[in-house]
Write a protein that binds this ligand. Structure first.
Ligand SMILES: [Zn+2]
Length: 369
């Protein structure tokens, strides 16, 4: 795989969105089709998906007008209907509501269904070789999205600049770090309470609001703001060495902290109060990955280097559903997942290293804010 594409934008939200949409028009069209196929595989047909997308368009406009303006720019630049871009920006809520329903059905039928997974970690300065705070993530998601992602660098007058890894068509970004040293990685979670509050501020808008923040306190407001439509895990960090993990479900949020300088997470709840945790019912590998990642990093506690982090991210224990995930040929194409991107974020240097696919066979490239 070639290195990940990169786009630097500046100016106001519409101008930035226009540049994004224009540059990645064909990838945006591909992503819309990939999600429509994936939703259809779980029983949400095209027409219903667009009805949902229209509702989300209104929800995003009232939750964060600047974000909605950036989406309008993307739609215009890519030659897409605004509903198509809203479908991408609310795809987390659309997908995870469906996954939760599948998990409930699967648990009753004793069947396994592939769900997405992600493995994340945070390192406090006392455990890293360079004395910096680090975040890392293997982003495991639909095979069809691989190659349709890019690194976005944003420069703007009113808020901090940042770099993030995102999907073509999604304004918010996902993993990233900003010029104040605030960084973010995340994991999908699903709870029996999901969907209780429809059309709240979506996950990807919250990700952008973390990267809008100047302090960790301010960044934490984005995941904490209730109510929420779907569950998610946000692992936040700040240069200088603060790291906080926030598990969220529709009516509850709880903080987790590093133990002996290391925190790891995957796709099941680690704290109480969130209802029934669902993804482990259809993807039990999540239960192993969180501990496996901790063990791989803890071996080098006090001297964890970039090479140690890279090596942990390439671990294949539990293949093909390990930390470094490869497509499972036994699954139908629309449902296949893989590590579509991997990041190692140096919060103190404000540099995000990104591999364009499984890190065992893709080099990390460095992007500074
Ligand atoms: Zn691999």
């Amino acid at each position: 795989m070639s290195p990940i594409p990169f786009l630097a934008v500046k100016g106001g939200p519409h101008e930035r969105g226009l540049a994004h949409g224009h540059r990645f028009a064909s990838e945006i069209a591909d992503n819309i089709e990939t999600y429509l196929r994936r939703f259809a595989a779980s029983g949400l047909d095209r027409a219903s998906a667009f009805v949902e997308a229209e509702r989300w368009l209104g929800a995003i406009a009232s939750a964060n007008p600047a974000y909605a303006e950036e989406m309008r720019g993307i739609a215009q630049g890519a030659g897409q209907r605004e509903e198509g871009i809203a479908l991408l920006n609310a795809r987390y809520e659309l997908a995870f509501t469906l996954f939760g329903k599948e998990a409930v059905r699967a648990a009753h039928g004793r069947e396994l269904a592939p769900a997405d997974g992600c493995t994340t970690f945070g390192l406090l300065p006392q455990v890293s070789a360079d004395g910096h705070a680090w975040l890392g993530q293997n982003w495991d998601w639909l095979e069809g999205v691989h190659g349709r992602t890019f690194v976005l660098r944003v420069e703007r007058a009113d808020k901090p600049g940042f770099v993030c890894l995102t999907e073509a068509g999604i304004a918010g970004g996902k993993m990233g770090v900003n010029e104040c040293g605030i960084g973010l990685v995340e994991n999908g979670l699903a709870s029996s309470a999901d969907g209780r509050h429809p059309y709240c501020k979506p996950f990807h808008v919250r990700c952008r609001e973390v990267l809008d923040a100047q302090t960790l306190d301010e960044a934490m407001l984005a995941p904490f703001e209730a109510p929420r439509t779907c569950s998610a895990n946000f692992l936040l960090g700040a240069s200088g060495g603060e790291i906080v993990d926030i598990e969220t479900s529709p009516d509850h949020a709880s903080g987790l902290h590093a133990q002996d300088g290391i925190i790891t997470h995957s796709n099941h709840f680690l704290s109480e109060g969130h209802g029934e945790s669902l993804l482990e019912k259809i993807a039990p590998n999540t239960l192993a990955r969180v501990d496996r990642m901790r063990a791989l990093l803890a071996k080098h506690r006090g001297a964890v280097s970039f090479e140690h982090m890279r090596s942990a991210a390439t671990d294949h224990s539990g293949a093909p559903y390990g930390i470094c995930r490869h497509p499972d040929p036994k699954q139908p194409v629309a449902r296949r997942t893989m590590t579509v991107g991997a990041v190692l974020v140096d919060l103190d240097a404000r540099i995000m290293h990104v591999a364009n696919g499984p890190p065992c066979c893709n080099e990390y490239a460095a992007f500074s804010v």
